[in-house]
Design a protein around this ligand. Sequence first.
Ligand code: SAH
Length: 352
Amino acid sequence: MNKVDIVEWLKCEDETKLELLWKQADEVRDKHVGNAVHLRGLLEISNICSRECHYCGIHAGNEELERYRMPEDEILACVNEAVSYRYGTVVLQAGEDYGITREWLSGLIRRIKAETDLAVTLSLGERSDEDLVAWKEAGADRYLLRFETSNRELYNRIHPPLPGETSDRLALLKRLREIGYEIGSGVMIGIPGQTYEDLANDILTFKELNLDMIGVGPYIAHSGTPLGRDDAKLKAPEGEQVPNTEAMTYKVIALARIACPKANIPSTSALATLNTATGRELGLARGANIVMPNLTPKKYRAMYEIYPAKACIDETAADCRACMHGRILSIGRGIGSGRGDSPNKTKPDQAA
Ligand code: SAH
């Protein structure tokens, strides 16, 4: 599929034609990654952040927010819960929190790897080479870092670097791969200023990076952020601006699946936020093969408000597990067992 074809699909509103796209994506998913849906327990270990991303509710300048960093013992209790729920992976996500030090996290990763069989995924922002190497050596398996948009100008506008530094997430992803991580990335859909062509380039970039994991979700405006406040002013001209809708999210999931047949693709919480009733299931039926049930203790969930009205905010880890199982089984899919490693790693010769 080339850029013109992708743009045409992104603009398509003909339900009959779209059925063909959903069907193709579902077939590609079934053929390349199978029927099983893998569960990754998501633990939001800190909402402390040193960055000023214009889209994100936990950016440093948001003084309304109470901040937390989970202590090690509390994290390990949640990790044990993940084991008891038979999740294969724990994802440690946080703001770009330099209080999460190289040594402290290395120790935590070593304990998780010594005490469990879980794969460990990190999603901690743009950390130094020394940190990333040390965490890999401690046993971390995967790293998630969305490049957010492949349009460099838009990226620079919404994602300021730390003072005196540059921010190049594409280069960092390549470096993460060299270090030995499985790499995951993705974008937000419908960022004010994002055009159809930008989004088509994003999908082509997924392929170019040969990503192991691709996470996409709708951009959801947060009133405590610069982008949330200035939303309307920043939009691309009528007809060019990508809408941040549920329908557009399914199209991107399906196109990402067709472009990258072997990638692990989650049906995300941001999508479930737009359609609590059936968003997760429709994502799974249109290309996705992963869900990330939330493991974060209830007392912290509301504080990890990257966007408002986030799905599952009032639930416990046990609620999330039961809910995800029910949703997966209801659409005739199976629950994955084991770590759910990237087929790029387990069957490199067949990598797309
Ligand atoms: N600090 C880490 C984790 C950030 S949260 C990092 O920067 O990588 C994970 C993802 O949430 C971000 O990469 C972004 O794509 C998404 N996100 C942030 N704000 C959002 C918003 N307002 N709407 C939708 N998704 C958002």
